[in-house]
Design a protein around this ligand. Structure first.
Ligand code: SF4
Length: 348
């Protein structure tokens, strides 16, 4: 981090999620005459970010802040590695919040150095989030990121020892706040005072905190030798079943998911598409084709099963499977689908 030459050119990098707290923190820094550069992180686990659209909330926040510079960073495989093996463990889901904050702050620190800024700030509020915003977690984040003393939290600064920007007089500590806890009343009234009106509700966020998704993610990590961020999109679609032996079935629940599975299908897997009847598209990861056909049948109305034909695509080749032929070879299997509980409802 660089020391500013004069008070005029004090530059800071703010981690801006687009939520109210980080927008307020940025506004407070601007009001203190700091040149604010925002950095925003997205990952495939963000729930409010349409594919490839970046973070819409942060664009709104940037407007509310008068158009400050913004750097957007899409976290990918490095982020997945952290999710796989977090040094500081998980929260209630598969959310490694402390490691996630450390990684983002390290990245923000690199950007800070690159643009010659002098410190970082965040919208964190002491005690607001159970895993990463209590004092001990914040101390770990500061220490492990290697930026201790250079991370200012303007909304809760009074609960912490003064940081370098306060000690150096770059920001006035008396203008910083001592908010703590989960209530957002103070922030909401501050937003009204500062004319910040269009901010998202705090419910949006991160799939890693979602119980159902966490089970699918744990299963994926357990059965996958080389996890890839490209596979995460598939975890968000359909019902997922792990078969004995390790093969996996993913069944579309509606037309939109049928289309999504076709888009996400990769040639090493099998794509089963009903040809002459209304039924679900299915992806098979593995070789259990009879089980995959059974699953398509299970989710097809009995009236539509007769004479049904399914196209199976695999490694660039198409095979047509006739259910009548299957039934004549193994009537007990092809007559009726079998069901197991999907991964995200199974008790372990
Ligand atoms: S909720 Fe998700 S994005 Fe937020 S700190 Fe935790 S892991 Fe990171």
């Amino acid at each position: 981090m660089q020391a500013p030459k004069s008070k005029k050119n004090i530059k800071a990098v703010g981690l801006l999620s687009g939520g109210l707290d980080s927008t307020l923190a940025a506004k407070m820094m601007l009001e203190q005459g700091i040149e604010v550069h925002a950095i925003n992180f997205t990952s495939p686990f963000c729930t409010c970010t349409p594919k490839k659209a970046g973070c819409a909330a942060v664009v709104t926040a940037i407007k509310a802040l008068g158009g400050i510079p913004l750097k957007q960073v899409a976290m990918r495989d490095e982020y997945l590695e952290m999710v796989q093996n977090p040094k500081h463990g998980y929260g209630k889901g598969i959310n490694p919040c402390i490691d996630c904050r450390i990684l983002k702050i390290k990245k923000a620190g690199e950007y800070m150095r690159k643009i010659g800024a002098s410190f970082l700030f965040t919208g964190e509020v002491l005690g607001q989030r159970p895993m990463s915003q209590h004092k001990q977690a914040i101390a770990i984040i500061d220490e492990d990121s290697g930026l201790k003393g250079h991370i200012l939290r303007p909304l809760s600064a009074n609960h912490f020892e003064p940081t370098v920007p306060e000690l150096e007089g770059w920001v006035k500590r008396e203008k910083l706040l001592g908010i703590s806890g989960r209530s957002r009343k103070t922030q909401i009234s501050l937003a009204a005072e500062k004319d910040i009106r269009d901010y998202p509700c705090p419910a949006g966020g991160c799939l890693l905190t979602d119980g159902h998704f966490s089970e699918k993610m744990r299963d994926y990590l357990k059965f996958t030798d080389q996890p890839s961020i490209r596979d995460i999109s598939l975890l968000k679609v359909g019902r997922h079943f792990r078969l004995e032996g390790g093969d996996k079935l993913i069944v579309a629940r509606n037309e939109q998911e049928c289309k999504a599975l076709k888009d996400l299908f990769r040639e090493k897997d099998h794509l089963l598409t009903p040809l002459n009847f209304p039924g679900p598209v299915l992806i098979l990861q593995g070789s259990s084709l009879p089980a995959a056909v059974e699953k398509v049948l299970y989710y097809t109305k009995p009236a539509h099963r007769k004479n049904a034909r399914i196209e199976c695509r695999h490694l660039g080749k198409n095979q047509i499977i006739s259910l009548d032929e299957m039934a004549s070879q193994a009537p007990h299997k092809a007559s009726m689908g079998r069901n197991e509980e999907p991964i995200n409802t199974r008790r372990s």
